[in-house]
Design a protein around this ligand. Structure first.
Ligand code: CO
Length: 147
């Protein structure tokens, strides 16, 4: 495994829309393994591929309920229980702020083998999923701060 460089908010790549993943080969697994090592080393809760300059719709999340989850090509099926919580981002070091997010989320996604999964996420796990999905669309939490 190898650690990757996390790009910051001033890098224009962070604003790009990521592409659908359609190749579930060992090369993808290697990228995901490297993202995991990068996330652990950075002491974060979640990391989207765009944050290491890879413009594909995938992210790793350290959930409370399920442990490590890889979400690839996620689709939000249900989002409810909107609440405001404080969050930060590895691409925005030193910044935190209050964002309104759903705390109940049903997500369809693919795993690293391309198999379709459906899972329910609660509380900060749901917040983290939404934060990472925003990254896939070039959106940062600082765009959504409560006044
Ligand atoms: Co982030």
């Amino acid at each position: 495994m190898a650690r990757l460089t996390i790009i910051k908010q001033d890098n224009p790549l962070i604003r790009k829309t990521s592409k659908t993943v359609d190749d579930f080969s060992p090369r993808l697994h290697e990228i995901l393994d490297n993202m995991y090592e990068t996330l652990l080393h950075a002491n974060g809760m979640g990391l989207a591929a765009v944050q290491v300059g890879i413009l594909y719709r995938m992210a790793i999340i350290l959930t409370e309920e399920y442990g490590v989850i890889e979400i690839i090509n996620p689709i939000i099926k249900t989002a409810k229980n909107q609440r405001i919580d404080t969050e930060g981002c590895l691409s925005c070091p030193g910044i935190s702020g209050r964002v309104r997010r759903p705390h109940f989320l049903i997500l369809e996604y693919q795993d690293r083998n391309g198999a379709k999964q459906t899972r329910t996420f609660h509380n900060m796990d749901a917040v983290c999923c939404c934060h990472e999905i925003d990254h896939m669309n070039g959106i940062l939490f600082i765009d959504k701060l409560e006044k």
